[in-house]
Design a protein around this ligand. Structure first.
Ligand code: AR6
Length: 174
């Protein structure tokens, strides 16, 4: 769908298989090292060189975002952001908003035209999926009015039900 100046998509799939996207976002850990979920998949696909670059940038705080190269991944950049642990890093809503906002700001700063997000904090960090989706889409809605370099935002959802929920919410946004 088109919102303001940008195209917004939701796809079901793996964040490491978005070859047509310039920057993918990592749901990172504070140390910016390989972990489970998205971070594990990204570090495994990018290769060991990635952690040599990330170790110089770590640790990061909840809501913060940093950018690196993408190494063996088909993208140009990885934007790493640390989501809040639900029930622990409070206010969660503020931190999760910062994740999306800071990732988009960093992308604009680097003149990036397309960015793909996973559902940050909704795995190991326990953020309820529906609430996290509302936050992600409200940040995107605000951002769509002022986007400059970014022309495409893609949400990559791992499960069919998560994907269907995004599609429903995007329809409501239109
Ligand atoms: N592609 C797209 N989405 C995925 C993938 C993938 N390859 N793998 C999982 N998801 P998570 P978090 C979905 O746990 O909650 C890590 O261990 C998953 O279904 O990756 O921010 C790090 O090291 C869920 O909806 O991120 C951190 O310690 C969403 O992506 C911690 O987990 C996020 O799940 C970060 O936790």
């Amino acid at each position: 769908m088109k919102l303001g100046k940008i195209n917004i998509e939701a796809v079901q799939g793996d964040i490491t298989s978005q070859a047509d996207i310039t920057a993918i976002v990592n749901a990172a850990n504070a140390e910016l090292q390989i972990g489970g979920g998205v971070a594990g998949a990204i570090h495994t696909a990018a290769g060991k060189e990635l952690s040599k670059e990330t170790e110089k940038l770590a640790p990061i705080r909840p809501g913060e975002a940093v950018i690196t190269g993408a190494y063996n991944l088909p993208n140009k950049y990885i934007i790493h952001t640390l989501g809040p642990v639900y029930g622990f890093n409070q206010p969660e809503m503020g931190f999760l908003t910062d994740c999306y906002q800071n990732a988009l700001n960093l992308a604009e700063k680097n003149n990036i035209d397309s960015i793909a997000f996973p559902a940050i904090s909704t795995g190991a960090f326990g953020y309820p999926f529906e609430e996290a989706t509302d936050i992600a889409l409200s940040v995107i809605k605000d951002f769509s009015k002022k986007a400059n370099s970014i022309k495409l935002v893609r949400f990559v959802l791992f499960s069919q039900s998560d994907y269907e929920y995004y599609i429903q919410k995007l329809d409501e946004l239109a």
